[in-house]
Design a protein around this ligand. Structure first.
Ligand SMILES: *Cc1c(COP(=O)(O)O)cnc(C)c1O
Length: 369
């Protein structure tokens, strides 16, 4: 039995509805922002529970736009976690600010205590990442931010559809970023992203900044850039949003099957604790496994497309030698990079696939199912 990691062929097998709406769009030639983009932004904002949604070309742009909006720049320190996707840190550097990389906790999320230790006079913002589609302890992070008067920008790129204490990721920070990359919980046929905020002034700024700082065709208020979402992708996003709940239900069912079997293999296998009142997107289903490299090969040879997100932590990348501050030893991040395996749990897999994965893991460790 093959257990594939990539689900895009199934995800985009049925595109009739989308093509029909594309034809309407093409007949209107409304190719720059316009009706379809606004329609999606309104739907997304209301689903997330945020006042404004400003769509962008991708999640990386959404992060940069958020950071520009609160004025992050040269000399500002921004605290984030060392186990995230490159774009979180890349966006901070793109704004001219300095990333400060801190350790993760046992759940692969930014460590709240390490955030507090890393605060200096230059700290301006915290960027908690909803890594893998799980969530950091947002309420505690908001309390720290309030105490030290720091802005919070959530990197909720993997968190669309998740819940933290009953609230969506992207509703805690002052301005927050999402991605619709094909491998996120809400995906388009290419790139897409959005920013959410409740702040009217920031929303106004971001709408203009993503569109050259334009007030109208003949006037610009300030220098901006082009970060616009394509209307073709806005249509894809609107249709995919209708499936999100079902997608997450299936992923959560798969994840909980793995959780219940794999947690019996402790301490060979260590599965992160799942918090109450939280729903994860399982963009990544991660666990720590003894003899990781051997097991990874064994699973791959058995047709299970297991992966590692990521084998080289950010602070060990060549790029991090410039621009980054690493304020303490990143014990968890390094341990996780050495022992982590990401297993496929996507919405086109079922219980049988999950039991097959468990079976192989048990065989590897020499235990009968
Ligand atoms: C995917 C991702 C991004 C970047 O999003 P793109 O749409 O690919 O630009 C940023 N941060 C995290 C945590 C992500 O998972």
């Amino acid at each position: 039995m093959d257990v594939k990691y990539n689900y895009l062929p199934e995800e985009f097998a049925d595109t009739e509805e989308i093509f029909e709406e594309w034809k309407e769009l093409i007949s209107t030639t409304d190719f720059t922002l316009g009706h379809y983009v606004e329609e999606f932004e309104q739907i997304f904002a209301s689903q997330i529970g945020s006042k404004h949604c400003i769509s962008t070309n991708c999640g990386t742009d959404a992060l940069i736009l958020s950071m520009k909006a609160i004025g992050l720049g040269c000399g500002d320190e921004v605290i984030t976690v060392a186990n995230t996707f490159y774009a979180t840190v890349g966006a901070i550097v793109a704004c001219g600010a300095t990333p400060v990389l801190v350790d993760s906790d046992e759940r692969f999320q930014i460590s709240v205590t390490e955030i507090e230790k890393a605060i200096t006079k230059k700290t301006k913002a915290i960027v908690p990442v909803h890594w893998g589609g799980g969530s950091p302890e947002m309420l505690k992070i908001m309390r720290i931010a309030e105490e030290y008067r720091l802005a919070v920008i959530e990197d909720a790129c993997m968190g669309i559809g998740a819940l933290v204490n009953g609230r969506s990721p992207g509703t805690f920070g002052i301005v927050n970023a999402f991605s619709m990359h094909p491998l996120k919980s809400l995906n388009v046929m290419g790139d897409g992203g959005m920013v959410t905020t409740d702040n009217d002034d920031l929303a106004e700024f971001m709408k203009k900044y993503r569109n050259h700082g334009m007030v109208d065709r003949d006037h610009i208020e300030f220098w901006g850039v082009n970060m616009r979402l394509q209307p073709l992708q806005a249509i894809v996003a609107k249709h995919r949003l209708r499936r999100l709940e079902e997608t997450l239900k299936r992923r959560n069912a798969n994840a909980s099957t793995l959780d219940s079997f794999l947690s019996q293999l402790f301490p060979l296998v260590s599965i992160p604790e799942r918090l109450e009142n939280c729903i994860e997107t399982f963009a990544l289903y991660m666990g720590l496994f003894d003899r990781r490299d051997e097991l990874l090969l064994y699973l791959q040879d058995s047709g299970i497309e297991a992966k590692v997100h990521y084998p080289i932590p950010l602070h060990k990348q060549k790029a991090a030698k410039e621009n980054c501050i690493v304020s303490q030893p990143l014990v968890n991040v390094e341990n996780q990079a050495n022992k982590l395996i990401t297993l496929p749990v996507h919405q086109y897999l079922n219980q049988t696939h999950m039991e097959h994965i468990v079976d192989k893991v048990k065989t590897f460790y020499g235990q009968a199912l």
